[in-house]
Design a binder for this molecule. Structure first.
Ligand SMILES: [Zn+2]
Ligand SMILES: [Zn+2]
Length: 240
């Protein structure tokens, strides 16, 4: 049961959450609403969307279990709760039972807490996403989209002030590799948006902290994955 393009993007997002990257308000956990907003920044969240998110994350987790990895749905919880709403366990309503039905695998964890810890531990120690890069062939246009958007003149015009502020803050230097070059007195540097603004042509960036300066090479590397690589990951990728 292959993952859909949306599910692949959500999986990448959940891996970043599991690694403790600051992509959600909390560390190590993300809410249903936050997942939705990452995937559909243009469609207003409503309680009814919880079920869409639940369906995606259970499917993702079934595939994870089949590949010997912990179920990522366990780090998706209501904003005010530490664990998912439904009980763990084999009962009809239990997540473990449901995952077993979908995947044929019985998850070896005794409760939500254990399953969450397994996610955090696994993803702290697996930098490349395990077999995911082969297993998950990303849609080329989808990967390209974020890069194109960051470089589009309309995007730059709309966000000029905030982009200028980010460049000044970073002193026109690549924050991954330190690259700095002036051509004809103008620094050659890209401004990269850390959270992809997919399918949202009219978006205005509001926070300088959402932007980071990258050289053309590091910027390309950032967008080699649908959910852009973090500065830390770019460095790792370049052996820095
Ligand atoms: Zn660089
Ligand atoms: Zn970018």
């Amino acid at each position: 049961m292959p993952l859909s393009a949306t599910e692949k993007r959500i999986r990448e997002l959940l891996i970043r959450v599991a690694r403790g990257e600051s992509v959600a308000r909390r560390t190590g956990r993300i809410s249903y609403k936050e997942v939705w907003e990452h995937i559909h920044p243009d469609i207003k969240w409503g309680q009814g969307h919880t079920w869409d998110v639940v369906e995606w994350i259970t499917h993702i987790s079934a595939v994870e279990l089949q590949n010997g990895r912990p179920p990522l749905n366990e780090i998706v919880t209501p904003t005010n709760k530490l664990v998912p709403k439904d009980p763990w366990g084999n009962a009809v309503q239990g997540i473990k039972g449901h995952l077993k039905k979908l995947s044929g695998i019985s998850a070896p964890y005794k409760d939500h807490e254990e399953a969450q810890k397994a996610c955090w531990r696994y993803w702290a120690n697996h930098s490349d996403g395990g077999p995911s890069s082969d297993e998950i062939a990303l849609n080329e246009t989808e990967v390209e989209e974020g890069y194109r958007q960051d470089r589009q003149s309309s995007f730059i015009k709309r966000n000029r002030k905030i982009i200028d502020a980010a460049k000044k803050r970073d002193r026109f230097r690549c924050q991954a590799c330190g690259f700095f070059l002036e051509v004809d007195g103008r620094p050659l540097i890209d401004c990269h948006h850390k959270i992809p603004l997919r399918h949202s042509s009219g978006v205005r960036v509001t926070k300088v902290s959402d932007l980071v300066c990258l050289c053309p090479t590091c910027h390309r590397i950032a967008h080699s994955r649908a959910y852009p690589l973090s500065v830390k990951e770019i460095r790792r990728c370049r052996g820095l």
